[in-house]
Design a protein around this ligand. Structure first.
Ligand SMILES: Cc1cc2nc3c(=O)[nH]c(=O)nc-3n(C[C@H](O)[C@H](O)[C@H](O)COP(=O)(O)O)c2cc1C
Length: 234
């Protein structure tokens, strides 16, 4: 397929601690393997954000502010975002049960221009509690006349309560995986290699469906590896 006729996908995302960015890179690899043309746009806060946060109190404050959906202003999008795309994948982490501040700013400022009439698949990276984020995001996307055809959700695979404790400590600048007690149950922050491979497979599935004009709604992104195969998750 030549570059003029290739299907085009825009992957637009925010990532604070690198989890969403590696999933997005893998989805893009999978798409490219099938001949899809990909454009990746990372949302950049006007004031660069620091990860991890400075201390436990600053982590708690951030969680509180983000619970009230604090916006984080972002730099203007690159001109390439104005091209037309067959699909937009909008990706980012869950912050206190909501989309992250930079994604909320994107929706406020560019939602209508970028998303109106577009086919969108949201991709969420989170510790495990994504459902409220998902409903809120879908309703914002629909408000901007986007058509949400599917969703990709990856949760951190560690077991509770260690996952919540581990993420909180990691955000606060500690190393829970090195602690004698917590480290026995929590070996890694974030997603594992198998999940990255799964993201690549999802990219290839999307690519094939786009090329064959098959409905994206029919693709199954809820697998044991994403962490949300069970209907009751989250
Ligand atoms: C301020 C803040 C709040 C968070 N709140 C949630 C939450 O409500 N639910 C959840 O599952 N994960 C929550 N997380 C964890 C992130 O969603 C998770 O670590 C994600 O993989 C980070 O992705 P990123 O590295 O792309 O930023 C929170 C993280 C931060 C920084």
């Amino acid at each position: 397929m030549n570059s003029l006729t290739a299907k085009k996908v825009l992957l637009i995302y925010f990532s604070l601690s690198g989890q969403t960015s590696s999933l997005v890179a893998q989805v893009a690899n999978g798409l490219r393997d099938t001949g899809i043309s990909t454009t990746i746009e990372r949302l950049r806060p006007v004031t660069p954000m620091q990860f991890p946060f400075k201390s436990v109190p600053s982590t708690v404050l951030m969680m509180l502010l983000t619970f009230f959906r604090k916006r984080i202003p972002i730099e203007p999008l690159s001109p390439k975002c104005q091209d037309s795309y067959d699909l937009i994948i909008l990706a980012g982490p869950t912050w206190s049960y909501h989309p992250s501040g930079p994604v909320l700013s994107l929706l406020d400022r560019d939602g209508r221009d970028l998303l109106s009439g577009q086919t969108v698949i949201p991709l969420i990276s989170c510790r495990g509690y994504w459902r409220m984020h998902w409903y809120g995001l879908c309703s914002l996307l629909k408000k901007h006349d986007a058509s949400v055809v599917n969703s990709i959700i990856f949760t951190h695979p560690s077991k509770e309560p260690w996952r919540t404790i581990g993420v909180f400590l990691k955000l606060s600048g500690k190393s829970p995986e090195k602690s004698k007690i917590i480290g026995k149950h929590y070996c890694k922050y974030g997603h594992v290699k198998e999940q990255q491979k799964e993201a690549c497979r999802f990219g290839a599935e999307i690519g094939k469906a786009l090329i064959d004009s098959h409905p994206l709604q029919n693709l199954n992104f809820q697998t044991p590896l994403t962490g949300c195969s069970a209907k009751t998750t989250s």
